[in-house]
Structures are given as structure tokens and as C-alpha cells.
Design a protein around this ligand. Structure first.
Ligand code: ADP
Ligand code: ASP
Ligand code: MG
Length: 415
């Protein structure tokens, strides 16, 4: 008998029929004698619908009220799932974040979990009840409702699994595991049997939304056994593991991630003197705008060009700040470009395989994709390119690194 935390995403609970299907699944685990804690998302489209309602009234609603509004979506699903379980004669109780007491900080719309009280959940589990918890939400120390950022139900599930020391945290979604890249973009994308936490973290932070970044961080930190599976079909899914495959045949690259949510800002002709990078990026940071990739070029006559990327939603604000800085620095020009995207190849195998970067750049050159910026870490290489080439670039890299080929076939090919 195991203690399992199961999370069902928006599509998996997108209609009454699908909620009934989830109830069948949960009931079956329960009948096999497992203790089950279920975390649910809002029905698909619901969170967007609620945000739309808010924005029809105010472009920038107060974050506290936005959280009160969007947290309702998950609450609806908890009640419906409990009803479906009761219909199957499975004892179950619903909880919202405050009722469990998922304590967070007060950073509305992007709160971080600080503590989870497992008392109520344990009492129910001991009494043989399934515990159904609303994902994506918590309360701050004053009892205000908070939410954890888009995709945050994954984080709720992993955090509950850590708090309860669950045997496994299962993330049920609309794909049957983690793929070498988004299977909606590349037909030949292949399900991975397993992927390391480190790789999954890079994939998530480089734009693969199959798992929320914080969920992966949490799972790595507390060594929560984590698996991504399909709600709709049986199968082993993908295990996120601490073990690294260090064998000779281990592939250099685990997968390809991409992100359209990027925009580029360039300031031309700033003085090439100490402190300039700080003068440019300091005010951006103070405005709470995150900077991603940075590039600085020495130009002519001790002038430099400075380029950086931000999330697309922050572009207008960042551009306004940069124009003020540019004027103060007597820079010659500011350019803004929202039509860029980032493509990243990710893999711990990069540490032991030389030539990953050149293989990547060669493949992109062969299909005429111009690289605007490059950034690297120990286990990933990212390039910024024009957005219209994004899908071409992802498909090209996917085959250049032979990700569409099963690992055994790859070895056969290499020999
Ligand atoms: P849920 O609503 O269940 O949380 P999400 O839409 O957040 O589901 O995440 C699942 C989606 O993630 C898939 O439908 C797929 O399009 C996308 N995705 C992006 N990259 C990957 C990847 N590498 N492997 C699997 N799915 C991916
Ligand atoms: N419902 C929230 C969202 O759409 C949280 C989640 O589904 O994980 O972002
Ligand atoms: Mg999700």
C-alpha cells in the first residue's frame, strides 16, 4: 500500500465526463488499497476566462482581488470530483488551499509555498478518505488567498507529496509523458522513459510547460519521485529521476525547449566605460522586470551596443525605462523587437560530449536560420532567433540531434 499524490490538469478535468473518468481512475487506486491525495486544476479554459472577466473591468486589477477571482476555478473542480467519487461510493473530501493550510508568502499571483500543514489531510487519509485539494492556491499569514503562478497546480502536487512524504507524485496530463520536444510542434517527438531533474528543470525554464518550473525545483530539492502520465491512456509515462545516465551511449541531448514569450531591446552607441551595463540594467531590475539573455558588443570609437531580452509582456515598460536611460547616456538609438523566440537544446550529456554547439549552429545555418544571440550553461545552449523560424529551427535541431530515433537505433547507427 502506497501513499500517492495524483494531479489532474485542466484538460483532464475539462468536462463532467472527464471528471467522471478521473473519478474512475482515483477509485481504482483506492480499491487497490492505496492512500490517495488528488490535486486538481480548474477546468480547461476557466482560468483564462476568469482573467478575461477581470480585464473587462480593469486592465491591471489589484493582484489580491485577481487571486480571489482565479482561485475559484480550482474550487469548482474539487467539489465536482468529490461528488463523482461519492457516486462511486468512495469516501472523499474537498479542500481549498486555506483549508489544508498551504501557507505562502504574500506575493499575489506568484506566491511561494512556505509551509504545509498535513494534519487535516492525515486525519482524512487515516479515516480511509480520498483527499481532494484545489491546486494553484494557498493563503498568506493573514489569511489572504494567494495563487502560485500559471501552471501552479503542479507545484501544489509536488509540495503536498513532499510534505506527506508520498511514495510517488503523479502528474496526469494530456500527453503521455515528457517528450524530446513539444509533440504538438514536432510529429517525430519521442516520449522519454526518464529524464533527470536537472534536465527537466532546464526544459521547464526554457519554455516546456509540461511541468511548472517551481514544481521541478521542489521535487529535486525534496527528492520527490515524480512521474508525468496521460489521463487518457495507460502507460508508464516519464520518470523524473536523480540518476544520471553516464554510459558511453548516453545521448548528448535529452530534448529541445522553446519559448515564444521573449522580446529584444537594443541600445546603440552607449559609452564603453565601466558601469554601463549596470546603468542600463539597474533600472530594469528595479522595476521588477526579469532580464534573460544579454549581449554586449564593442562598436566603433569606444561606443558599445547593448542588447537584452525580457518577457514579451514586459516589453513596453522595459522600453520606456530604456529610453530614459539612453537619453541620460546620450546613446544614439533604442530598438525594440517583439518578434523573436528562444530555442534551447538541453542535456546533461553535453558535459561529456564536445561539439554540441557547433552541431547546433551548423544545423541552423544549413536551413538559413540566423542566430541573433547565444547563451549557454553547463547543460544547455540557447539561441535567440526570428520568431517566424521557430518551428523550422525546432524541427531541424530535433533531427540534427537524432532525437526522433529510439536510443538503441542510435547506437546501431553510431557503430
Ligand atoms: P495541464 O493542463 O495538464 O497542466 P499543460 O498544458 O500545462 O497541461 O502541459 C501539457 C502540455 O505541455 C502538452 O499538451 C504539450 O503540448 C506541452 N509540452 C511542451 N513541451 C513538452 C514536452 N517536452 N513534452 C511533453 N509535453 C510538452
Ligand atoms: N488553473 C491554473 C492555470 O491555468 C493552474 C494550473 O492549471 O496549474 O494556470
Ligand atoms: Mg500545466
Amino acid at each position: 500500500m502506497a501513499l500517492i499524490v495524483q494531479k489532474f490538469g485542466g484538460t483532464s478535468v475539462g468536462s463532467v465526463e472527464r471528471i467522471e473518468h478521473v473519478a474512475d481512475k482515483v477509485a481504482s487506486f483506492r480499491r487497490h488499497g492505496h492512500d490517495v491525495v488528488v490535486v486538481v486544476s480548474a477546468m480547461s479554459g476557466e482560468t483564462n476566462r476568469l482573467i478575461g472577466l477581470a480585464q473587462a473591468i480593469q486592465e491591471h486589477p489589484t493582484p489580491r482581488e485577481l487571486d480571489v477571482l482565479v482561485a475559484t476555478g480550482e474550487q469548482v473542480t474539487t467539489a465536482l470530483l468529490c461528488m463523482a467519487l461519492h457516486k462511486r461510493e468512495v469516501a472523499a473530501r474537498s479542500y481549498n488551499g486555506g483549508q489544508v493550510r498551504i501557507l505562502t508568502d504574500d506575493a499575489h499571483t506568484k506566491a511561494r509555498i512556505q509551509h504545509i500543514d498535513d494534519h487535516n489531510m492525515r486525519t482524512d487519509l487515516d479515516a480511509g478518505r480520498v483527499v481532494v485539494v484545489a491546486g494553484f492556491q494557498g493563503v498568506d499569514e493573514h489569511g489572504n488567498i494567494t495563487t502560485l503562478g500559471r501552471g501552479g497546480s503542479d507545484t501544489t502536487a509536488v509540495a503536498l507529496a513532499a510534505a506527506l512524504k508520498a511514495d510517488e507524485c503523479q502528474i496526469y496530463t494530456d500527453v503521455d509523458g515528457v517528450y524530446t520536444t513539444d509533440p504538438r510542434v514536432v510529429d517525430g517527438a519521442r516520449r522519454l522513459e526518464k529524464i533527470t531533474f536537472e534536465e527537466m528543470l532546464e526544459m521547464a525554464s526554457m519554455g516546456s510547460k509540461v511541468l511548472q518550473i517551481r514544481a521541478v525545483e521542489f521535487a529535486g530539492k525534496y527528492a520527490v519521485p515524480l512521474r508525468v502520465l496521460s489521463s487518457f491512456e495507460e502507460g508508464p509515462g516519464t520518470l523524473i529521476t536523480l540518476e544520471e545516465d553516464t554510459g558511453m551511449e548516453a545521448p548528448a541531448i535529452a530534448g529541445i525547449a522553446f519559448n515564444r514569450d521573449e522580446a529584444k531591446l537594443t541600445v546603440l552607441g552607449v559609452p564603453d566605460t565601466p558601469g554601463v551595463a549596470y546603468q542600463i540594467l539597474g533600472p530594469i531590475g528595479e522595476a521588477n522586470i526579469e532580464v534573460d539573455v544579454i549581449l554586449q558588443n564593442i562598436g566603433e570609437q569606444a561606443k558599445t551596443d547593448f542588447t537584452f531580452t525580457v518577457a514579451r509582456g514586459d516589453l513596453a515598460r522595459a522600453e520606456a525605462i530604456l529610453r530614459d536611460t539612453a537619453a541620460a547616456l546620450s546613446a544614439s538609438e533604442v530598438r525594440a523587437d517583439p518578434r523573436i523566440a528562444k530555442v534551447s537544446v538541453v542535456g546533461v550529456g553535453m558535459r561529456s560530449h564536445a561539439g554540441v554547439a557547433s552541431r547546433m549552429f551548423k544545423a541552423l545555418a544549413e536551413v538559413g536560420v540566423n542566430i541573433q544571440m547565444i547563451s549557454t550553461s553547463e547543460i544547455k545552449i540557447s539561441v535567440i532567433i526570428e520568431e517566424k523560424y521557430l518551428e523550422l529551427a525546432v524541427r531541424t535541431l530535433h533531427s540534427a540531434f537524432e532525437l526522433d530515433v529510439e536510443p538503441e537505433d542510435q547506437t546501431a547507427k553510431a557503430v
